[in-house]
Write a protein that binds this ligand. Sequence first.
Ligand code: PEP
Length: 255
Amino acid sequence: MAQRTPFLGGNWKMNTTPATALELAAAVATKARAFPRVDVAIYPPFPFLQATVAVVAGGALVGGQDCSSEIAGAFTGQTSAGMLADLGCTSVLIGHSERRHGLGETDAVLSKKLGRAIDAGLVPVLCVGETLVEREAGNTHEIIGLQLRGALAGHSAEAMSRLVVAYEPVWAIGTGRTATPDDAAEAHRTVHRTLGVLYDVRFSERVRVIYGGSVNAKNAADLFSREEIDGGLVGGASLQAADFAAIIDAASLRA
Ligand code: PEP
């Protein structure tokens, strides 16, 4: 398998204040600068992005937790990928389960968002993953395949060259229930297999596939020790600088 640079994202969701966001961003940037062989990214709330970009000053990627499927116009409350780029953002989350399942975002909409992210020059982190009902029905791998095919429809390998895929089983997000490294690795193989069919094996082997779902300072090293798990997307534990720093340490063992 190809050597891939570890990728670690901190999804802050709707947390932090103007002051705590900057404090946390500064701490993450200081830590990330010491690990140039790990791609560290943070996803603060939209109102704090501009100040965060300034504080981080290139020490880590800073991204939006979402972007619009449209370029500009009468879309109240939305933020375009171009606006994120103009602020200095370098990445964006696409299709987080809290948007897929909480807000009903479809694969067709996510496919458009991916296109906008690429056009704006951002690193898109496409989130996929099954619900508990889907897992218990034995449909995990089918769901991953469907979500990937839906979101990547119409996008060339060249356009998707910066793609990162986050496998985030919905039942593991924010629940304290983590997928076993074996289960996560198996799901990641499904992601690679699907990408290999959609594009080709060389493309598939270059794409980083990261795991998300109750990753913390204690379980990160075990998860990241698996060849298939190129890093993580971390929610709760990314809000504590010391915990996220420990997870960066765990990711750096892959570098
Ligand atoms: C997430 O928000 O993508 C996530 C994985 O959250 P948590 O780490 O809290 O489960």
